[in-house]
Design a protein around this ligand. Structure first.
Ligand code: SF4
Length: 295
């Protein structure tokens, strides 16, 4: 059988072998790494543990990043939720907190699991752990969700890329939202079709997102973008579970992502030459950081 290069290949393989997406993912990974499936799952467990640690550490820190642009916001959010009820359900509040905690840890140079990248590291763990905690999901279910997210990211990487420098933030935070959406559908017992539809809905609705970080640092807008996209992924999962279809199938959505990335100006692809990076405020911050770092 030919290797899995597209989401359609993945679905055909699932249907032929009567398996869930995560089962094909672990089977393929074991084949690639020449190991047993149990070893693949053990490695994923280590990734899960790194995700849990970064959330825990992030929730307990308000240390600023070296640039001092980010690092104290998760603490503010926690305090707000302690004093007020908030608008979102406690489950969604956790999703936002976990995403912010992880992204702030990354900006502090703490240990995180890049999924698919460091800049987008908060989205997948926040969605998976926020929802699985709310549903009392087992470790096995969480690992199945991570395998699902992993194969979605792997196919996107093969078809397009996973780097803001190549296609803008749609390729980092956008793809992470697609991975997270598929993973959440897996946790909630959705079908393979619903998982891929969730990924399509999430990515489709974030196409064109620029990568324009201030001073070229993975901080602004990156850190706050993680909680936004984590919630976005839950919206996609809910819609997919309601059998709302993406009219454009996932493979074609990724083709569009690739095309949009290629058409995007290099100034909007991690070069800090446009967008938020060159706003009055962005330039002022860059100038003052350059003064500090060059002194
Ligand atoms: S804005 Fe750029 S650097 Fe920041 S998370 Fe998105 S792709 Fe990564």
């Amino acid at each position: 059988m030919k290797p899995i290069a597209t989401f359609q290949d993945l679905l055909i393989k699932c249907n032929t072998e009567n398996k869930k997406i995560y089962e094909i993912a672990q089977q393929e990974e074991a084949k690639f790494a020449e190991c047993e499936i149990s070893e693949v799952r053990k490695n994923i467990e280590a990734v899960l543990s790194a995700m849990q640690d970064s959330i825990k550490e992030g929730l307990n820190s308000s240390e600023l990043s070296m640039s001092k642009m980010v690092g104290a916001d998760c603490e503010k959010l926690k305090n707000y939720y302690t004093k007020q009820n908030g608008i979102f359900s406690p489950q969604l509040q956790n999703v936002i907190k976990y995403a912010l905690a992880t992204a702030e840890q990354n900006a502090r140079m703490g240990k995180i699991a890049a999924c698919p990248t460091a800049g987008a590291c908060g989205i997948v763990p926040a969605a998976i752990l926020g929802i699985s905690n709310a549903k009392n999901a087992s470790n096995e279910t969480i690992i199945n969700a991570l395998l699902t997210a992993g194969i979605i990211g792997k196919i996107v990487a093969a078809k397009a890329a996973l780097a803001g420098a190549v296609g803008g933030c749609q390729n980092e935070c956008g793809v992470a939202a697609g991975m997270a959406a598929g993973a959440v559908v897996e946790i909630l017992g959705g079908t393979n079709e619903q998982i891929l539809n969730a990924a399509a809905l999430a990515i489709k609705n974030i196409l064109g997102l620029a990568c324009d970080p201030i001073a070229g640092l993975v901080e602004v807008p990156c850190v706050k973008r993680n909680p936004f996209l984590a919630v976005h992924s839950i919206t996609a999962a809910e819609m997919a579970l309601a059998d709302i279809q993406s009219i454009v199938p996932i493979d074609e959505v990724i083709d569009a992502l690739k095309q949009i990335g290629a058409l995007m100006s290099p100034a909007l692809k991690e070069s800090a030459q446009a967008g938020l990076a060159t706003t009055q405020t962005g330039l002022k911050i860059t100038e003052s950081l350059n003064k500090i770092w060059n002194s």
